[in-house]
Design a binder for this molecule. Structure first.
Ligand code: HPA
Length: 275
């Protein structure tokens, strides 16, 4: 089968519901990862819609994740912020974010900024640092487009991470004197953390950070024709790099450190007018 992708009717219904709640028509969407919900406080004139009111939106079941869509302005720029995501490991459905992303697209969003908490694999990507994702490795064995019938499923990912948006984020980091690393994010299914052997393997094949999210949202956003940028907030070194055991508590405790830096960069990028 070829031709256009059949839109999910829930997406247009959700978009109508959102339009009835706010006059804003953002072109930029954001997904806030584990422990990064603090960025919601930067949203001015905020209108908040619980995911429960939006058909097909996830029910975030992970502590550290809220579950609301916040429409408002950051640095004067209209944004649609998803505070909370669902992960593949919660249900075994890699396409769990598809209705939400289709809704944002139907609402008029053309560019997504995705954020996550991740483990760093390089000495200079320690807890509290922020990494601009330049590329990814999908090590999950799954794909959110499994079962998609349309030829549009053969999504090209050669330039998945938009060059213009990346440059805008680099510039915002420079403007604010905030350190911003760059690297390749490797998606593991979770929910268990990686083993030290998996981390050594990840380092060997060129990963700079590891995590349990974001990649399916990148694939879906590109499938839907939206531009994408993504950043990781590093909460810990990868398993075995320092000796201690990893935990979700550590992720939640450490996320605000890099989260504050990421918020600084994003606010400046939006003030500059994200390209
Ligand atoms: N591995 C996978 N996901 C993560 C990590 C990690 O070390 N830290 C935060 N999220």
């Amino acid at each position: 089968m070829s031709g256009d992708v059949t839109p999910d009717p829930r997406a247009e219904a959700n978009a109508m519901l959102i339009r009835a709640r706010t006059m804003l028509r953002p072109e930029i969407g954001m997904v806030l990862g584990s422990g990064l919900g603090g960025l919601v406080e930067a949203v001015e004139d905020a209108v908040s819609i619980p995911y429960g009111e939006l058909a097909g939106f996830p029910h975030p079941g992970v502590s550290g994740h809220a579950g609301k869509l916040v429409i408002g302005r950051i640095s004067g720029t209209p944004v649609a912020v998803m505070a909370g995501r669902a992960h593949y490991y919660e249900s075994g459905d890699a396409g769990v974010m598809r209705p939400a992303l289709e809704t944002l697209k139907a609402f008029g969003v053309t560019a997504m900024i995705l954020t996550n908490a991740a483990g760093g694999l390089r000495p200079n990507l320690g807890p509290g640092s922020v990494m601009l994702i330049t590329d990814h490795i999908n090590f999950s064995g799954t794909n959110p487009l499994f079962g998609e019938k349309n030829d549009a499923r053969f999504v090209g990912l050669t330039s998945a991470y938009d060059a213009g948006m990346r440059e805008a984020l680099r510039r915002a980091a420079r403007d604010t004197g905030t350190e911003l690393g760059e690297g390749v994010y490797m998606w593991f299914s979770g929910p268990s953390f990686e083993t030290p052997a998996e981390i050594r393997f990840a380092q060997m094949i060129g990963a700079d950070a590891v995590g349990m999210s974001t990649v399916p949202e990148v694939i879906l956003s590109r499938f839907l024709g939206m531009r994408v940028a993504a950043c990781s907030v590093i909460t810990n070194f990868g398993a075995g790099m320092t000796g201690g055991e990893l935990s979700h508590d550590e992720t939640k405790d450490m996320a605000p450190l890099g989260g504050a830096k990421l918020a600084t960069i994003l606010k400046q990028a939006l003030a500059n007018g994200l390209a």
